[in-house]
Every structure is written in structure tokens, then in C-alpha cells.
Design a protein around this ligand. Structure first.
Ligand code: GDP
Ligand code: MG
Length: 441
């Protein structure tokens, strides 16, 4: 992880004698590489490293008794500052209905976020909410919003293809007024890429509605592209905030940094799952920690050392270090060890980068599940365990029968395996390596 890399770099540099400005510069190169690896856009990396440099070369780090720690602190502070210091609320202090306009590319998660926000405003802030779709190009998009509105139980203002988006939105505002709606959420059409017609349309909608919030919705998994898209939307619209979606699939956190920097607008929410309660208030400090990978690694190592079968752990470590594929045999061993350790959830919570693991997945892995998973893996042949890609539909059906579970259970296990495999291969490049090595000794 970056934090480990920084402190070991600083230690190494110190070993050569005094810590100097030049040495610090070397450590800053590590910061730079790590940020680029986290998929932060280059201009953002440059700006950030510059700010860190000013502080790091100052007294704060050079004169510190623990310069490695001091440098990490500076990096974390600057990351957090760059993303805005505190969570930002939605502004609803206008005469009702408060209009919230959503903008973003197609597939970014606008419609889903409208549903999630409607639910949040209704449940947490006790607002009467109406939603409307101005996506007049795809009837399915309007239907999608209607379904979500039903699901979260808020008012839906119907619209249809062929109408002008501005007309729809204005009609929705007057209906909202009549029905004493507190908040009107306006969903819009996106395109697959930045396109003048789309920008023109969203600008017209903005001018016609005068929304109190204009939220730019962006897919965190698009990494550096997120910065480019954000710039185009921020140039066209007076954005009031950003919603960063699909953070459940993005372990790197780079988009958060880039988008915030480029738009200058606060990230107000992050999407953490597809389901309607998968929306969280954005906490910059947590993303900063994720980038630095500052999970509670030490206590995890202690716990693992206390409870895990050291031989098996060493074998797994060997694999991870050598970059060999994490297979279902490994998962089986791990599951057994999890049982000894008081469940997977406690373990997962301590791992760095854990924000990347969907809540849904975490809640699935209770102990009953672990027993079931073990049973499923035991119903597989040796070859299947070693080569999980062999597991097609008919093999999965056989395994389900053999383990007294359902094909859905087998599929779920395979999904968990894929997640773990991904995590392991991610770690083989970083944190876990050193951790596991330490464990062997
Ligand atoms: P739109 O074109 O901007 O309206 O995008 P949609 O709301 O239709 O979302 C596109 C896809 O992304 C859908 O399959 C959503 O379920 C999915 N999605 C949206 N937000 C999230 C999120 O936070 N996490 C995950 N995992 N999926 C999301
Ligand atoms: Mg949509």
C-alpha cells in the first residue's frame, strides 16, 4: 500500500543518513506513482504532489521524530482537503418545490440515483417527493424511473417520448406545486459520450427550471475519463454537486479526487450498490484512507497470527507472493479458517480497501453461509477446484445437487470466489505480500 511504501521509503532514505529535502523528493515520487496507480488524472496528481511537497519539505516532516508517519499524515490531509473537508448536504432551502436536476452521461447512474435520492429524502428527511423523466429518447428509460418510483413509493409524473424535455419539466413543476411536493427530482437523458446536442438540452433544462441543486452523476469506474466528462459538464452547467456512482466496483478511489478537483464542486453522495439504499453521504477522509490503504492491517495480522493455521496461511502467502492464481481450494481453506476466526465479516472489516467490497456481499458471508460454501466446494472435483472456469451451468447444477444446495447458491459462491480472487490478485502487488511474509516467520 501507499502508506507502507512511504514509510519504508522514508526509512530506507534515513538509513543513508540524515533525512533531507532530496530524500523527501524521492518519497514524493512514490506518492506520484501511487496516485497515478489509483487512476487519478495527471493534472490532479501534479497539483496534489506540489501541495504535499510544500508541506513535506517544511519543518513538519523533516524535523519529525517519525518522518514516515509525518509524511503519510501530510499526504492524507492533502487528499482529504482536495476532496472537500466535510460531507455536504443537499440544499433544500427554497420555496417548494425544490428542484434537483440530474446531469451526466448515459449509464452513469442518473435514473438509479434519482430513485435512491427520492428514497433518502422521503425517509430520512421526511420530504414529499416527486420524480419526472425527461429522457424522451428511450421509452424504457421513462418506464425504469416509473418502476423505481413505485418501488420507493414516491410520486411519479408521467412523460412520453415526443414531448420536449423543457415542457415536461415545467409541467412537472406546476403539478408538484399543486400537490404540495417538497422536492422534485428531474431525471434527464444522457449520451454515451460528450455531445453538443446533449449539452444544449441540459442547459435549456437548467435555464427553464432554475434548480436549487444541479447534480453531476458520474461512474467512478470510468477513472480518468471521469475527469474529462466532469470538466465538460462543469463548463456547461453551474453544478452544485457531484454524485459518484458504482464505488462498490472501484477499489482505487481516483475518480473522487479527479472529479472534485476538476469541477471544484463537492461530492455529495456516492453510490455503493445497485439497490435503492445503496447511496451514502460522501466522506472525503474515508476515500483518502482508502487511497492510502490504511485499513487496520496491524490488528488483522495479529488476529490472523493468533488463529490461523500457519502452514496453510504460509502456503497461501506463497501463492499470493508468487502471483499464482487463487483457486477454490484456497477459498476452501480460507473459509475453514474464517470459521476459526469468528467469521469473515470481522476479518473483512479490518482489511484495507474494504470500501470496495459491497455491503451485500459482506452480509452474505455469515457463518451459516460459510458452512454452505464449504459444502459446495467439497462437492466439486479436484479439477474443478483448481480450474473454476470449468464450472458451467450443468456442472453447477450437479454440484448444487451434491451439496444439497441450489444452483443460485452455487452461483453466489462463484461470485464470492471471483470477488476474493480479484482482491487477492490486487493484493499480490501490494499490502498482503509483506503481511503474509511477516506471518511465515
Ligand atoms: P443512467 O443512464 O445514467 O440513467 O444510468 P442508470 O441509472 O440506468 O444506471 C446504469 C446501470 O448502473 C444500471 O444497471 C444501474 O443498476 C447501475 N448502477 C447505478 N448506480 C450504481 C451503483 O452505485 N452501484 C452499482 N453496482 N451499480 C449501479
Ligand atoms: Mg437514465
Amino acid at each position: 500500500s501507499l502508506s507502507q511504501r512511504l514509510s519504508s521509503t522514508v526509512q530506507r532514505l534515513r538509513g543513508r543518513g540524515r533525512l533531507t529535502e532530496d530524500n523527501i523528493r524521492e518519497a514524493l515520487r512514490e506518492v506520484r506513482v501511487a496516485l497515478l496507480e489509483a487512476d487519478v488524472a495527471l493534472p490532479v496528481v501534479q497539483a496534489l504532489v506540489e501541495r504535499i511537497k510544500v508541506r513535506a519539505i517544511g519543518q513538519e516532516v523533516l524535523k519529525s521524530l517519525t518522518p514516515g508517519q509525518a509524511l503519510i499524515k501530510v499526504v492524507r490531509d492533502e487528499l482529504t482537503k482536495l476532496m472537500g473537508s466535510a460531507a455536504d448536504e443537499l440544499n433544500l432551502n427554497v420555496p417548494a418545490p425544490a428542484v434537483i436536476l440530474m446531469a451526466g452521461l448515459q449509464g452513469a447512474g442518473k435514473t438509479t440515483t434519482v430513485g435512491k435520492l427520492a428514497k433518502l429524502l422521503k425517509e430520512r428527511r421526511k420530504k414529499k417527493v416527486m420524480v419526472v423523466s425527461c429522457d424522451v429518447y428511450r421509452p424504457a428509460a421513462i418506464k425504469q424511473l416509473e418502476t423505481l418510483a413505485q418501488q420507493v413509493d414516491v410520486l411519479f409524473f408521467p412523460s412520453s417520448t415526443g414531448q420536449a424535455p423543457v415542457d415536461i419539466a415545467k409541467a412537472a413543476v406546476s403539478e408538484a406545486r399543486k400537490q404540495f411536493v417538497d422536492v422534485l427530482l428531474v431525471d434527464t437523458a444522457g449520451r454515451l459520450a460528450i455531445d453538443p446536442a446533449m449539452m444544449d438540452e441540459i442547459k435549456k433544462l437548467h435555464a427553464g427550471l432554475d434548480p436549487v441543486e444541479t447534480l453531476f452523476v458520474v461512474d467512478s469506474m470510468t477513472g480518468q475519463d471521469a475527469a474529462t466528462t466532469a470538466r465538460a459538464f462543469a463548463d456547461a452547467l453551474p453544478l452544485t454537486g457531484v454524485v459518484l456512482t458504482k464505488t462498490d466496483g472501484d477499489a482505487r478511489g481516483g475518480a473522487a479526487l479527479s472529479v472534485r478537483y476538476v469541477t471544484g464542486r463537492p461530492i455529495k453522495f456516492i453510490g455503493t450498490a445497485e439497490k435503492m439504499d445503496g447511496l451514502d453521504v460522501f466522506h472525503p477522509d474515508r476515500v483518502a484512507s482508502r487511497i492510502l490503504d490504511m485499513g487496520d492491517v496491524l490488528s488483522l495480522v495479529e488476529e490472523v497470527e493468533r488463529k490461523v493455521d500457519k502452514d496453510k496461511a504460509a502456503k497461501l502467502a506463497e501463492k499470493v507472493v508468487k502471483g499464482k492464481k487463487f483457486d477454490l481450494n484456497d477459498m476452501h481453506d480460507q473459509l475453514e479458517q474464517m470459521l476459526n476466526m469468528g467469521g469473515l465479516t470481522t476479518l473483512l472489516d479490518k482489511l484495507p480497501g474494504i470500501g470496495a467490497i459491497p455491503e451485500k456481499l459482506k452480509s452474505q458471508v455469515n457463518d451459516k453461509e460459510i458452512h454452505r460454501s464449504i459444502a459446495i466446494i467439497r462437492s466439486m472435483t479436484k479439477k474443478e477446484r483448481r480450474h473454476p472456469t470449468l464450472l458451467n451451468g450443468s456442472r453447477r447444477a450437479r454440484i448444487a445437487r451434491g451439496s444439497g444446495t441450489s444452483p443460485a447458491d452455487v452461483n453466489k459462491l462463484m461470485k464470492q470466489y471471483q470477488q476474493m480472487e480479484k482482491m487477492m490478485s490486487k493484493m499480490s502487488g501490494g499490502g498482503l505480500k509483506g503481511m503474509m511474509r511477516g506471518m511465515k516467520g
